[in-house]
Write a protein that binds this ligand. Structure first.
Ligand code: HAM
Length: 410
């Protein structure tokens, strides 16, 4: 039967049993974050449109693909397409920067980008991410990358590549932009239409192009490495030697600039080994100037975000069995109060219960219990009879304590 209503293009329902998988994966990520001493942050789904335009960058895909509108009071608002700008806004607005200078936050949330939907690319998607404020040291970069790597390992995502780069300071970036513009101008005709447009608005973005005709030109483009200062080069080497010591494999990717404007210094992405188009699982980097740009005090920062849907596709995590301990069968209205009392007590004692409110026949309830992977059915009439689904044994109990004692011995 065709439903009268369909979900909006690019959005998905997460249904059972997948919701259980999501919950388990979310729990793993919550636990790891807490082990690394990060605290959870939650921010509103909507923000001022200009928060993203001004700080993620007017010319970035993320800003251009926002779900944004003017509301009834003529405010320009947008569904958040990413979390770094909202976290920085909250960090400044709440005064956290005063009370908590070395501040480490994480989130699991939904984001919205009006991209062309395809496998692994949705218009509403979920990210797990972290943001670490207050440390400019390269050790902070190591910690953040160690955390990303720990999360993927814990989710049994094995075949990945960590791509890493250092894009230097904003000054270096400006010089690099000039160098790239010069190089791309010499190759304008061979570039895709999209890249030709970007050549004048944001030439660095051409390095992110997925267009076939751009790939060879990108491969031969100058890298930012030649423009880095000695300190930046040394820091990068310290970062790499720490990753070596932690046995975190990486590939230096001198053209990795990332699709958002706020980055400087270390940038990284973790992709699957496959060359399918949506293979980026996780991306992040330093954004040492964003807090100040958004009105806060100068505060170095670094973070990453990982796509939940993409991680779940790649994860080999095995979902735990959802065993129901007791199926309660009650076919007579006058016993239902007794059933609810049993249910209440079982739940208070940490058992999982299924109560058939449809009052099927006991025979059908037994079939249903098998389907639901239940071990015992409790038939409540004037007695309380426990039926063992597998062995077909039956035990009559006279009160709740006896029922509890029985369950404890199983
Ligand atoms: P991003 O690279 O735009 O970075 O997104 C991070 C990850 O979110 C991607 O690697 C991908 O796994 C997932 N993702 C992005 N767009 C979609 C989509 N349309 N459908 C499914 N998954 C998607 C950021 O968002 C930065 N805020 C990360 C960051 C945090 N940098 C510093 N701190």
């Amino acid at each position: 039967m065709k439903s009268k209503y369909q979900k909006i293009k690019g959005t998905f329902d997460i249904l059972p049993p997948d919701t259980r998988l999501w919950k388990e994966i979310e729990n793993i990520l919550h636990n790891i974050s807490q082990q690394f001493s990060y605290e959870e942050i939650r921010t509103p789904s909507v923000e001022s449109t200009n928060l993203f335009q001004q700080n993620v960058g007017y010319e970035t895909d993320v800003s251009k693909e926002m779900f944004a509108w003017e509301d009834q009071s003529k405010q320009q608002i947008a569904l958040k397409p990413e979390m770094t700008a909202p976290v920085v806004r909250a960090y400044i607005e709440s005064g956290f920067f005063r009370s908590n200078p070395l501040c480490r936050l994480y989130y699991i949330d939904s984001f919205f980008r009006r991209e062309k939907p395809q496998k692994g690319r949705q218009r509403q998607f979920n990210q797990f991410g972290i943001e670490a404020f207050g440390s400019s040291s390269v050790e902070q970069d190591v910690e953040v990358i160690l955390m990303a790597s720990t999360c993927l390992k814990a989710l049994s995502i094995n075949e990945t590549i960590l791509h890493i780069n250092n894009i230097g300071s904003p000054d270096t970036r400006t010089k690099y932009e000039q160098l790239l513009t010069k190089y791309f101008l010499q190759n304008t005709k061979a570039l895709s239409n999209l890249s030709q447009k970007r050549l004048h608005s944001n030439p660095i973005r051409i390095l992110d192009s997925k267009e076939k005709e751009d790939q060879l030109i990108i491969q031969n483009a100058p890298t930012i490495k030649e423009l880095l200062t000695n300190t930046e080069k040394t820091d990068f080497n310290v970062l790499l030697s720490n990753l070596d010591a932690l046995n975190i494999k990486y590939e230096e990717s001198p053209h990795l600039v990332r699709g958002l404007d706020y980055y400087n210094g270390t940038t990284f992405e973790i992709t699957t080994k496959s060359d399918k188009s949506q293979n980026a699982l996780c991306g992040g980097g330093r954004y040492d100037f964003l807090v100040e740009q958004m009105g806060g005090p100068p505060t170095p920062a670094i973070g990453f975000a990982a796509g939940m849907e993409r991680m779940i596709i790649e994860s080999n995590h095995e979902i735990q069995k959802n065993n129901i301990d007791m199926y309660i069968s009650c076919n007579d209205l006058k016993n239902s109060t007794k059933c609810f009392s049993i249910m209440q007590h079982l739940i208070e004692n940490d058992y999982k219960v299924f109560f058939d409110t449809n009052k099927k026949s006991v025979k059908n309830q037994m079939k249903d219990a098998i389907k639901r992977n239940v071990s015992f059915v409790l038939v409540v009439d004037k007695n309380m009879t426990i039926k063992n689904i597998k062995s077909h044994e039956e035990v009559v109990v006279s009160d709740f304590q006896q029922l509890l004692n029985f369950l404890k011995t199983q």
